[in-house]
Design a protein around this ligand. Structure first.
Ligand code: UDP
Length: 242
């Protein structure tokens, strides 16, 4: 069997991946499915760090709609990501994977604080590192946390695991002729104002030339196939503009 093409990956998983059928809350059965997918990749010998979102529990925009102060609402969102991190940790540990949760906002009695070199050390010791609390700052998203942490830990790629299988020039559910991209330049990705990934995250990756792969987490073995060198989803990188 050939070797994985990546040594270290940063997987950004939206909180919705852990939700039940209605899109809310934490469904341990779904967490187990996500964990199994991650374990398949980990079993290839790839170092895996995960940044988990919180959208299944809370989003900053929910509070803002009700007149809440944005920083407060975002703080709630960051704590929601830690809840998800713990659920995913539990699911992975029950599948025999050694993990560590690190949080950008300190919660020392339940998780380690995020410390870059310690995170790298865990990865080298074959532990999956789950990073909660986003960037630790309001006004950001966990996509940006994914980009930031990927850079900090020297990941080879940022994988944005979503519900869509790739980036299209229009909604494929509404437009049967929607064009599917295998590759996209950072600038085009920014110009498209993608709903699939926020522009701060894309800009950060562009400035640091970190490739992003957008793929469907629920497509059979998608992450594993990518890691083994197959063309999966859409790669955003240093490509020619359309
Ligand atoms: N959040 C934040 N700073 C960060 C990351 C997240 O304030 O660095 C808050 C923000 O309110 C966001 C919420 O946490 O709406 C949940 O994160 P996100 O929306 O990125 O989760 P996902 O959509 O990936 O599930």
């Amino acid at each position: 069997m050939s070797d994985p093409v990546y040594n270290r990956i940063l997987l950004k998983v939206g909180g919705e991946a852990l939700a039940g059928p209605d899109g809310f809350g934490i469904d341990p059965a779904r967490a187990a499915e996500v964990a199994a997918t991650v374990k398949d990749v980990y079993d290839l010998g790839v170092q895996v760090a995960i940044v988990i979102g919180g959208g299944n529990l809370w989003r900053g925009t929910i509070g803002i709609e009700y007149g809440m102060e944005q920083s407060t609402s975002d703080h709630i969102g960051m704590i929601a990501t830690v809840m998800n991190a713990l659920a995913l940790q539990d699911a992975l540990e029950r599948q025999g994977v050694v993990t560590r949760v690190q949080t950008a906002v300190e919660m020392r009695s339940i998780a380690e604080p995020y410390i870059r070199l310690r995170a790298i050390r865990h990865l080298e010791k074959e532990r999956i590192v789950i990073i909660g609390g986003g960037t630790g700052n309001p006004y950001f998203t966990t996509d940006t946390a994914g980009a930031l942490r990927a850079m900090e830990i020297g990941a080879d790629v940022l994988i944005k695991a979503t519900k869509v299988d790739a980036i299209y020039d229009s909604d494929p559910k509404q437009n049967p002729d929607a064009k599917r991209f295998k590759q996209l330049s950072y600038i085009d990705a920014l110009n498209f104002r993608l709903r699939v990934m926020d522009s701060t995250a894309i800009s950060l990756c562009m400035e640091n030339e970190l490739p992003i792969v957008v793929l469907n987490l629920w497509q059979e073995n998608s992450v594993k196939r990518l890691v083994m060198g197959e063309a999966v989803g859409t790669v955003i990188g240093n490509f020619e503009q359309i």
